[in-house]
Design a protein around this ligand. Sequence first.
Ligand SMILES: NC(=O)C1=CN([C@@H]2O[C@H](COP(=O)(O)OP(=O)(O)OC[C@H]3O[C@@H](n4cnc5c(N)ncnc54)[C@H](O)[C@@H]3O)[C@@H](O)[C@H]2O)C=CC1
Ligand SMILES: O=C(O)CCC(=O)C(=O)O
Length: 332
Amino acid sequence: MDPIRVVITGAAGQIAYSLLHSVAKGDVFGKDQPVELMLLDIEPMMTVLGGVVMEVMDCSLPLVRNVVPTADPMVAFKDADVAMLVGAMPRREGMERKDLLKANVKIFKAQGQAMDDVAKKTIKVVVVGNPANTNAFICAKYAPSIPKENFSALTRLDQNRAQAQVANKLGIPCNDVNNCIIWGNHSSTQFPDVSYATVKVAGKELEANSAIKDDHWVRNDFISTVQKRGACVIAARKLSSAMSAANAIVDHVRDWWQGSGDRMVSMAVWSNDNKYGIASELMYSFPVKTAAKGKIEIVNGLKIEEWQRERMDLTCKELVEERDAALAECEE
Ligand SMILES: NC(=O)C1=CN([C@@H]2O[C@H](COP(=O)(O)OP(=O)(O)OC[C@H]3O[C@@H](n4cnc5c(N)ncnc54)[C@H](O)[C@@H]3O)[C@@H](O)[C@H]2O)C=CC1
Ligand SMILES: O=C(O)CCC(=O)C(=O)O
């Protein structure tokens, strides 16, 4: 099989350090798919990145056909099939993710422009660097020759956090929880929702709500725990999540490349195809299904109650504000 060209930005940073091994050994694209790794970081990090390249080589992994460290986006994105856009400044304690907008959004403008010039038009892009949804919007906007459907932002970490909270509440393994949804922004306004989730308890498939039997928890503590999880990790580690973020990137891109099957998963995607009344031209997280190497389809038609509507609209409002601020920043 021919190798695919996979770009990882922020390649000298902490998330990439956890991510590279999984990508290189076939956890994302399959155990028979060779990869060329295009590792982008900024010029001052080239020595560190050189060390990362040595380590990738020293893993002696058969699927790795080439590793290219570079500080030049035009080199990194040339003919790229997939891009995992991690490189950006992380927030520190006390900041909201949108406080990073000014520092980070122009990175994604420049990378969108580079992709527009040199990447394959079929490239699949996941944006991780925060504020992830809005950075993905900017990246897509500045790559007009690439379909908007090829861009996404990571909310899988939030989905995994939600699944883990439900599993913990019921005392069951995480893989017995399915279809938890993250609506909206990867921020403290996000809406983690178990209304359509199913769980397996004592061998029986049940609706999550009937198994949990605690509406107050589902509408309050559960939501705020997931919303604030990133901040709690920062408070404890003095660094933002990295292992769990890398794990979520693997889940997101694997499901996009290999298909999600019958499961709904959450991805922030171009909002224009939604039937939930969410404004167009946003990167909003929805329940989606994916066919292998195919288009991401929003799962439309789920019944929405009033209390859900309010939360979905609140996070939408924040995304509209972020988008407008980002556009103003990019036009300066
Ligand atoms: N969406 C999500 O679920 C999550 C998002 N994040 C975000 O991911 C980003 C990266 O986090 P970490 O790896 O922990 O940060 P880090 O600081 O360890 O690494 C970031 C790397 O990006 C590089 N970088 C900066 N500007 C760049 C550019 N223009 N091109 C290429 N590389 C560039 C830096 O030199 C550094 O090596 C942060 O913005 C963080 O907030 C983190 C966890 C979860
Ligand atoms: O919380 C942050 O700002 C950094 C990491 C992150 O986005 C997360 O852990 O969800």
